[in-house]
Design a protein around this ligand. Structure first.
Ligand SMILES: *Cc1c(COP(=O)(O)O)cnc(C)c1O
Length: 430
């Protein structure tokens, strides 16, 4: 730990993890578009491979541009270290990878990004892992679901597509009692609105594709480690706390302490899974993060204005935005995300499936896009797109009933957003 006073978020988002380029003085982080990095000599190479000295070897593992982004995200989340990877979904696998073995399970919230539900329901089975989905408002049920094969508890801080905020402190206490780490997907909130580590999370995962980059240009992901979990307290995490055969018998926790998870993720996770972020992508995300707080304040203010207008509109049945006083999760904002409940929510439109399809066909300023967290306002009708394969019952459970449209509110003039929704709703419900 340095003796420097902790700088404010607005300073860290511009400066953390970066300095003028030592080779050229370039003030902006250069895009180090190089696959390999020259060793000083054979002894230097040996020290790097032994993790005795930190440096650059090969860009599947480490790269200076990606490294700057890793350090910046770690600083913004208050973590010991971070690893970036190729997408948010890659980050989720990278977070679970050091913890899980065949036969192990993760206890996960029923309220997760749809793609995560699919990944956890079907795809991780191929690794011999499984997920148990539980209602995270029922902490007793979460505690009961943790068994001797559980290796992590997983939820979102503000759950995509909005309307739900997790009581992170309560869930962290349950995970802690079960002797397993809490992993929080903080994509929808961003570190500006919520710092899960301050609420007891061990690992924080991000899809940097969304607000961190903020302009819909590149996919990316990150795993941040708090550095606070004692991997050696039980025999549950042999890959981190006993000699690891995959890295010539290194005991990561013993050798690297609070950086054990981060080094494991690079030295084994990126080395063998190869879900690497490229330096060009890291550069776009570094650019985006510089204005994160400014954008998030505007996203939140716009979301509140638009959601409030929609809630009072007779063509709308329901608006699920935790920033509205009518939300059952409104009272969690003060503790979990005091600067606001994000900018994603769903609306239920009177007129059902047909009206929703007409609505998404009639907008002019909003874009019909599967992405979210863009500077532009986006919307999608999940039942006819992302959740098309599901039964009506599954669609309803996923918050993607036929009459539901998901909105991702951008940073435009809110009056223009309201005018666009107004004309589209008129067309949809005529
Ligand atoms: C988009 C998203 C993901 C997946 O991220 P990709 O970058 O698309 O792989 C995971 N979690 C949440 C909450 C998301 O919004």
């Amino acid at each position: 730990m340095s003796d420097e006073p902790q700088q404010g978020f607005d300073t860290l988002q511009v400066h953390a993890g970066t300095a003028a380029d030592p080779a050229t003085g370039a003030r902006q982080v250069p895009i180090y578009q190089s696959t390999g990095f020259q060793f000083q000599d054979a002894a230097h190479a040996a020290r790097l491979f032994n993790l005795e000295e930190v440096g650059y070897i090969y860009s599947r593992l480490t790269n200076p541009t990606v490294g700057a982004l890793q350090n910046r995200i770690a600083a913004l989340e208050g973590g010991a270290g971070a690893v970036c990877c190729s997408s948010g979904h890659a980050a989720q696998i990278m977070a679970l990878f050091p913890l899980m073995m065949p036969g192990c399970n993760v206890v996960a919230s029923t309220r997760l990004y749809g793609g995560t539900v699919t990944q956890f329901t079907h795809t991780i089975k191929r690794f011999g892992w499984s997920a148990k989905f539980v209602d995270f408002d029922d902490t007793d049920a979460v505690a009961a679901a943790i068994d001797e094969n559980t290796r992590a508890v997983f939820c979102e801080s503000i759950a995509n597509p909005g309307g739900y905020i997790t009581d992170l402190d309560a869930i962290a206490a349950v995970a802690n009692k079960g002797g397993v780490p809490l992993i929080v997907d903080n994509t929808s909130a961003t570190p500006y609105l919520c710092n899960p580590i301050n609420h007891g999370a061990t690992l924080v995962v991000h899809s940097t594709t969304k607000y961190l980059t903020g302009n819909g240009t590149v996919t990316g992901g990150a795993v941040v480690d708090s550095g606070k979990f004692d991997w050696s307290a039980s025999d549950k995490f042999p890959s981190l706390a006993t000699p690891e055969d995959a890295y010539h018998g290194l005991n990561f926790h013993k050798a690297l302490g609070p950086m054990a998870f981060t080094f494991h993720s690079i030295a084994i996770g990126l080395r063998d899974l190869g879900m690497t972020m490229n330096p060009q992508g890291a550069h776009y995300t570094l650019m985006g993060i510089e204005s994160l707080s400014l954008r998030m304040d505007k996203h939140v203010a716009n979301a509140k204005t638009v959601a409030t207008w929609l809630e009072s509109d007779p063509r709308i049945e329901q608006v699920t935005y935790a920033g509205l006083e009518s939300s059952p999760y409104y009272n969690r904002i003060e503790t979990i995300c005091p600067k606001g409940a994000g900018a994603l929510f769903t609306i239920s439109v009177k007129g059902g499936y047909d009206a929703c399809v007409k609505l998404v066909d009639s907008v002019k300023l909003f874009s019909l896009v599967a992405n979210l967290g863009d500077a532009r306002s986006l919307l999608i009708h999940s039942a006819s797109t992302t959740h098309r394969q599901l039964t009506p019952e599954q669609q309803a459970a996923a918050g993607a009933a036929p009459n539901v449209v998901r909105l991702s509110i951008g940073i435009e003039d809110p009056n223009d957003l309201i005018a666009d929704l107004d004309q589209a709703l008129t067309a949809a419900t005529a």
